[in-house]
Design a protein around this ligand. Structure first.
Ligand code: ATP
Length: 239
């Protein structure tokens, strides 16, 4: 049976002043899959995610989630409907504890009993966060702060998780760990849109992928096919 489409981006464009950073991209996210959006620095990956989250305004195009048009809705409404972006730059609240940061992720939820269960789930994904639950987020390493940022987004119980370069600036072993956890999160059935400059790793765990160049989608295929596509190999995987 054909997979169920959970999120559809149609001809989405975003401009900063006179510069069109995203030039009409279309993406289809199948429910329960990891979709990778890869490309070089400045290709427009972050801008695309911000437009899906409602944090920047699209100048054209649509974002359809489960048949509902999210395009001109507020970021708050978009989170409420289940499309949740992991905060960029690991923007954890450094003067709050880890537990407080995680609780903030769930602040709009009404199902408080389920929140407690989700906290245990996040702690099982990231045992280091449980060990240090009462410690300040500001004392975490870069990798741990990234884990906290992901954990906080999970506390909103997303239906679609938007991840903006989770591996950025991290040491190789931590990067492996982050990709392993993204895969594990996906195994629970959560749909993931994974933006990455780490093209090889992203395509390895993604069922499908898109390659973005200067604001346009230039390739789209399964993750496995893209990994072996000569254009991808030459441009992104070091020949
Ligand atoms: P990176 O990996 O560097 O974040 P990216 O693929 O995510 O790259 P974007 O950050 O979306 O790319 O940037 C796309 C283009 O838009 C770039 O040319 C960038 O310089 C420009 N841009 C991004 N943010 C702004 C902004 N706030 N104001 C003006 N131009 C911007």
């Amino acid at each position: 049976t054909a997979p169920n489409v959970i999120l559809q981006v149609q001809d989405l464009a975003v401009s900063y002043g006179h510069i069109e950073a995203v030039k009409g991209i279309s993406l289809t996210l199948n429910e329960g899959e990891i979709t990778a959006l890869v490309g070089a620095n400045g290709a427009g990956k972050s801008t695309s995610l911000l437009a899906i989250s409602g944090l920047v305004k699209a100048t054209r195009g649509k974002v359809i989630f489960n048949g509902e048009d999210l395009t001109q809705q507020s970021p708050h409404r978009i989170v409420g409907s289940g499309v949740v972006q992991v905060a960029e730059g690991r923007a954890t609240l450094t003067t709050l504890t880890i537990e407080e940061n995680l609780s903030l992720g769930a602040y709009t939820r009404k199902d408080k009993a389920a929140v407690a269960g989700d906290l245990e789930w996040v702690y099982s994904l990231f045992p280091v966060l449980k060990q240090r639950a009462k410690g300040l987020a500001g004392n975490l390493s870069g990798g741990e702060q990234q884990m906290l940022a992901i954990g906080r987004a999970l506390m909103a119980r997303p239906k679609v998780l938007l991840l903006d370069e989770p591996s950025m600036g991290l040491a190789p072993l931590i990067i492996q760990e982050i990709f392993r956890i993204v895969k594990e999160i996906n195994k629970t059935g959560m749909t993931v849109l994974l933006v990455e400059q780490n093209v090889r790793q992203a395509l390895r765990i993604a069922q499908r992928g898109y390659v973005l160049e200067t604001g346009k989608i230039v390739l789209e295929d399964t993750g496995a096919n893209l990994l072996h596509n000569p254009k991808v190999v030459e441009a992104y995987l070091g020949g």
